[in-house]
Design a protein around this ligand. Structure first.
Ligand code: ZN
Ligand code: ZN
Length: 369
């Protein structure tokens, strides 16, 4: 790598030298390399000295881990809570020791932020040898690596403020629901821009899940998001936890009760087969045989039972008897199409149950919102 070279000479004003001193020094004031007159170091003028002896081997790129939680920087000596402008010279010293014969090197720098995590840095390395201060200029890039220091890691392992509890409404959550809710909550927190938002731990309890999280507000926000996505009701209760710096500290437990059903579920309710077309604020059941929809409060459909059913796009065929059947797109199996209306259609989305097919009012891939 090419580098710029400055020469700083430690030369006192000549007129202040006594004639004796002048005479003494004049014997070694010619550079053996270029013959120029002036102070010499190991027989070389400052310029030739630096040409032969670079101060450091410049590096092009340095990584500087920074704790996203407390702002500490990781240097070779460990995590250090210093300003960036103090961390950088130390990083440079650790990466670029002085080359012989320099005894010491000092760094000054100017950092320009290209973006939040990339610094374009102009560096001056000042090497000291006897009376000479040789200055070597070069550029490098410093990449700030978002990281988590050891003490913040430990703190996070213990610390929580709010609790998010996810339970079933008068039921235990199914293993699939537990898996889905856990994945959903962890992804929400991971994607959060807020570095203070984190989950300390997750526990599976009583057919539900407990998330211990860093902020009360986070517990409440996650509760709303879980309820919105999975269908459920939210309640929260603050509990006095103690005092911190003279203020009362509350821990909030936000509780989500997930309804028994998801949008798209097929249920048997009071003898009829229905599909769930909405779960909030009311549960809406659409009778598959008649096509009629009715709204219920969640507690009024607790008696409904989910039944096994698939939903997909199928072709319809009219038999010689006049009956219409739906044809399974993969197995080509035929089942009677129960819905009275739309029998003239040649195909559509059906709910496929053990005893027949029904026209559905939902798309084949129902999203759970
Ligand atoms: Zn020279
Ligand atoms: Zn930290």
């Amino acid at each position: 790598m090419a580098f710029l070279v400055d020469i700083h000479l430690n030369r006192g004003p000549r007129q202040h030298l006594s004639s004796a001193a002048f005479f003494e020094r004049s014997s070694d004031m010619f550079c053996v390399e270029c013959g120029s007159e002036g102070p010499v170091y190991e027989g070389l003028c400052a310029k030739c000295f630096l040409k032969r002896h670079p101060v450091v081997v410049p590096v092009a790129l340095l990584d500087l881990p920074r704790c996203t939680s407390c702002g500490s920087f990781r240097l070779r000596s460990g995590w250090s809570k210093v300003d960036r402008d103090l961390a950088i010279p130390q990083l440079l010293r650790e990466a670029m020791p002085p080359l012989a014969p320099y005894e010491r090197v000092g760094f000054t720098h100017v950092a320009r932020e290209e973006d939040a995590n990339n610094l374009a840095v102009t560096v001056k390395a000042v090497g000291r040898f006897q009376g000479l201060a040789a200055v070597q200029d070069f550029h490098l890039r410093i990449r700030i690596k978002p990281s988590l220091c050891e003490s913040c890691q430990k703190q996070r392992g213990r610390y929580f403020e709010g609790t998010l509890q996810v339970r079933g409404d008068h039921r235990e959550l199914a293993p699939r629901e537990i898996r889905d809710v856990r994945t959903f909550v962890v992804a929400r927190v991971d994607r959060s821009e807020d570095s203070e938002a984190f989950i300390s731990r997750v526990e599976e309890v009583d057919g539900g899940l407990d998330f211990y999280v860093s902020q009360n507000a986070l517990a409440k926000r996650l509760a709303r998001e879980v309820a919105d996505s999975f269908g459920g009701s939210v309640s929260s209760s603050p509990k006095l936890f103690g005092q911190r710096e003279g203020r009362e500290v509350f821990r909030v437990t936000a509780l989500v009760r997930l309804g028994a059903f998801h949008k798209g579920d097929v249920v048997r309710h009071k003898g009829a087969i229905a599909e769930v077309t909405s779960v909030r604020p009311f549960v809406v059941l659409r009778d598959l045989a008649t096509g009629e929809s009715r709204r219920f409060k969640p507690k009024d459909v607790r008696g409904a039972r989910r039944i096994e059913a698939d939903r997909f796009e199928a072709r319809f065929e009219r038999l010689e008897s006049g009956d219409v059947v739906a044809v399974h797109p993969e197995s080509a199996e035929e089942r009677p199409l129960h819905a009275a209306s739309k029998k003239d259609a040649t195909g559509g989305v059906v709910v496929w149950t053990a005893d027949g097919a029904y026209l559905s009012s939902l798309p084949a891939n129902v999203s759970k919102d």
